[in-house]
Design a protein around this ligand. Structure first.
Ligand code: C5P
Length: 299
């Protein structure tokens, strides 16, 4: 038997970051929106745990036990006294190390797929708890749609979205390390009072109304100065996207992918073409949001 789960990428339409906590994490008000770029995770019984990956960026994906998909299988097996003897294949379409939660998507996908394969029948709240142990963004990959993440981003409140948003994602060459970006945030904010993170009422209203122009004015990422400090070339990508007619642009999560909101699908295509022509990114992808969370597509 084989189980395949499809899992979306995400963009953070608001990433409000508080000061560093004693555990090293940061309190967040993290407004996640799932976008229609997907990885597919397929699990098949095997003699031992093995991870393979295909897709244009497959070479950048670690295949050892640092891969969140492998860790998810091990965690679920341990919990149920099973051996994690499974071949996990990741068909990767989400940009790697790009701030779009590709690794988290694979963790959530593998967890759901192994739960089906092994008949362990975890409840949604058990799955969410295991996702949170795997990483701060993993619970959102499971649920998709739109949600406010508080705590370190793992405590989710579902948000209503009243329409379709059209995005362009400019994929940079090379990744950025999330801990390094948070470390740079700490360096840049050292000595200043970092306010408690709060979700923006205007931004939540823009999502509820499906109003792209309102959302464009409310997009904010507190990690953006840190990502730009570590990767100054992203400023040229942001400028190229807005000059090409995007309503607004921002760094996605900890970057280096940049996200551009456009008024419709046609504008997204022309902004993507202009970004590619600008030479300020490796490639550009169009996608819509919201998108559904981890979903079994084959068993
Ligand atoms: O939770 P996750 O393993 O994805 O986090 C990766 C790293 O990102 C953490 O080790 C930490 O450095 C940083 N992080 C943080 N505050 C958060 C989420 C992540 O500082 N809320």
């Amino acid at each position: 038997m084989t189980v395949t789960v499809r899992v979306p990428a995400k963009v953070n339409v608001q990433l409000a970051v508080g000061g560093a906590r004693p555990d090293g994490f940061h309190d967040l008000a993290n407004v996640f929106l799932a976008v229609g770029l997907y990885d597919e995770v397929t699990v098949t019984p095997a003699d031992s745990l093995r991870v393979t990956c295909s897709g244009p960026d497959a070479g950048q994906v670690p295949l050892d036990r640092t891969n969140l998909a492998a860790r998810a299988a091990i965690a679920l097996a341990e919990r149920h006294g099973l051996s994690p003897d499974v071949h996990i294949h990741i068909e990767k379409d989400i940009p790697v190390a790009g701030g779009m939660a590709g690794g988290s998507a694979d963790g959530a996908g593998a967890l759901l797929a192994c739960d089906r394969l092994w008949g362990t029948e975890c409840s949604q709240s058990e799955l969410l708890g295991m996702c949170a142990e795997l990483g701060s963004d993993v619970p959102f990959s499971l649920v998709g749609g739109a949600a406010l993440g508080t705590g370190r981003g793992e405590q989710l409140t579902t948000l209503e979205v009243g329409g379709t948003f059209h995005w362009v994602f400019a994929v940079a060459g090379g990744g950025l390390s999330t801990p390094a970006v948070y470390g740079e945030f700490d360096r840049l904010t050292a000595g200043s009072e970092v306010p408690a993170p709060e979700a923006s009422p205007v931004l939540l209203e823009a999502l509820r109304a499906g109003d792209a122009a309102l959302l464009a004015g409310a997009l904010v990422n507190d990690l953006q100065p840190a990502a730009l400090s570590l990767r100054p070339s992203l400023a040229a990508t942001l400028a190229a996207g807005t000059e090409a007619g995007a309503l607004a642009g921002l760094v996605s999560g900890s970057g280096p992918t940049t996200a551009f909101l456009t008024k419709d699908a046609e504008a997204a295509e022309s902004v993507a073409a202009a970004l590619i022509a600008s030479g300020t990114c490796r490639t550009a992808r169009v996608a819509q949001s919201p998108a559904t969370g981890a979903t079994v597509v084959g068993a």
